[in-house]
Design a binder for this molecule. Structure first.
Ligand code: MN
Length: 506
């Protein structure tokens, strides 16, 4: 809930007004603060009651940037905040809610150049007020390519009787908003945005990509649907951007203005510095006002069909990887491909991984994700022999068939082989808890193993895997170096190179 104790003062002390924030134009911190003062009457309605992430750049765009979620301890008592439970690890994040022009000014004085609100308002944290499509051009594509894609999105939305509103991001791309302002949850808006992105990727494969995973989006535009999530924020309309060395504003446009810019090939007409943005607002008013008021509904049958089972938490997995560099599957692919396999027995995979140290990764399909351990020496064969297994972050289900090379310097850089694949049964215990006996039905591993947690070490759970019931036949040296998916050796996988080997078996 938004909470506030004190009343905002009439004015607040400001600091370092002459500091240059955008070197190319000499635009200063004072000018950033002045811009937010002047744009307050238009931007405040779009920030109202929405928790916000501040992108702070205390040394301007040439310096470091911080994504500030928590209100600082020194925030005065008139700064409105909203406590939101952390996705993981317990506790709350106390987000700032910019409900007053003095709060806006206070944030600007903290060098919060960019303002990124959630798509919902407090306290209804699972009630987005709109659907947002974030269009991000790959190399060789640009904002004009994004316009092309935005019109394809609009066509589909029009056919569903839904009005939509575009804005330039102020960086390289565009965003398309579909106002709802009717009861709906993120499960529905996310599924809707994803379905639309996939549909367009299918229709226009040379223009559209719907997943971060695609090794190359050269010449194409990513329709990022994943912003439609209770934990994601999107840059606010009228926010300044700190992406380039000159200040640009995220500005709404009319569809016909986009069409005109595309026809003329005029990118410049899609860029708005602070002065132009304010002049345009005075002349044209808030073109994004309907995003706050227009009441629309997603197709009823679609909403009814949405799968609302809890999704696995793959945030740690996501945080550690750059999916533009690594061909490992991104987390969003987890939920969809899960659907086909529910009735079937859960699967397991062992991946041989030549990272800094050679090890085997043991993963169990569990609750829509892969519960994972790194086992330096691999699973034991002799009865009662034990091997240490270090619990690592849950991986998406798609990882099961990941084979290839993670680029050097990236997390887990090195070659990955699908060493064994199969199904498993839980004979006793529960692998979510601290101990279980598992029966594996793999191509290499067959039989029972016991897995149990022994201690925490450096914030990580350490387990032992012990051969149970009876000894297993060891896997010979030759088979040990053969993928069960592609029959390749580690060397051949490595030689095939990085970037294109995911799901090699199709
Ligand atoms: Mn590994």
């Amino acid at each position: 809930m938004a909470s506030r104790a004190g009343k905002p003062p009439r004015d607040i002390p400001l600091k370092n007004l002459d500091k240059v924030f955008y070197p190319a134009t000499g635009f200063t911190k004072g000018e950033v603060i002045r811009y937010y003062r002047d744009v307050a009457r238009w931007i405040l309605p779009h920030l109202k009651d929405r928790p916000v992430t501040l992108v702070r750049l205390p040394d301007g765009v040439a310096g470091e940037r911080f994504y500030a979620k928590n209100a600082p301890d020194y925030a005065p008592d008139w700064i409105t905040t909203c406590a939101v439970a952390r996705e993981r690890g317990g506790g709350d994040i106390r987000y700032i809610v910019i409900n007053h022009e003095m709060i806006l000014r206070w944030c600007a004085n903290l060098a919060a150049i960019e303002l990124h609100p959630f798509l919902h308002r407090a306290p209804a944290l699972d009630r987005p007020t709109c659907v947002a499509f974030d269009l991000d051009p790959g190399e060789g594509a640009d904002v004009l390519t994004c316009i092309e894609v935005a019109f394809r999105i609009k066509e589909v939305l029009d056919s569903l009787g839904l009005q939509s509103f575009p804005k330039v991001s102020g960086s390289k791309g565009l965003q398309v908003y579909v106002p709802l302002n009717t009861p709906v949850d993120y499960a529905a808006t996310k599924a809707f945005a994803r379905a639309l992105a996939r549909l367009l990727e299918e229709r226009h494969p040379r223009l559209v990509v719907s997943s971060m995973a695609k090794a190359s989006r050269r010449g194409r535009v990513l329709i990022d649907w994943s912003q439609n999530h209770a934990a994601k924020t999107t840059v606010c309309v009228y926010s300044l951007r700190a992406k380039r060395d000159a200040p640009f504003v995220s500005m709404p446009l009319e569809w016909r203005e986009l069409a005109r810019a595309r026809r003329a090939g005029n990118k410049r007409s899609l860029e708005f510095g602070p002065k132009e943005a304010l002049a345009r607002l005075r002349r044209r008013g808030d073109l994004f006002a309907p995003v706050l008021t227009l009441r629309q509904r997603l197709p009823r049958a679609f909403v009814a069909a949405v799968d609302r089972r809890a999704e696995p938490d793959l945030s740690a997995y996501e945080r550690k990887r750059d999916f533009r560099k690594s061909s490992e599957p991104p987390p969003e692919s987890a939920a969809d491909d899960a659907s086909g396999s529910e009735a079937a027995a859960p699967r397991f995979v062992v991946q041989k991984h030549a990272a800094r140290n050679l090890h085997y990764d043991f993963r169990l399909e569990l609750d829509g994700a892969l519960k994972s351990w790194a086992v330096p020496k691999g699973l034991p064969y002799k009865l009662h022999e034990k091997r240490a297994a270090f619990e690592v972050e849950d991986h998406p289900l798609d990882y099961m068939k990941f084979e290839g090379t993670i680029p050097k310097g990236e997390y887990g850089g090195g070659t990955v082989m699908v060493w064994d694949l199969g199904t498993y049964e839980v004979v006793s215990g529960d692998p979510r808890q601290r101990s279980a006996v598992l029966r594996l039905h793999g191509k290499k591993l067959k039989g029972e193993w016991r897995i149990y947690r022994i201690r925490r070490e450096g914030g990580k759970n350490v387990w032992l895997i012990e051969k149970h019931e009876r000894a297993a036949r060891p896997v010979g040296r030759q088979r040990d170096d053969r993928s069960v998916l592609t029959q390749r050796s580690m060397r051949r996988i490595a030689e095939a190179g990085a970037g294109d080997e995911s799901d090699a078996a199709g």
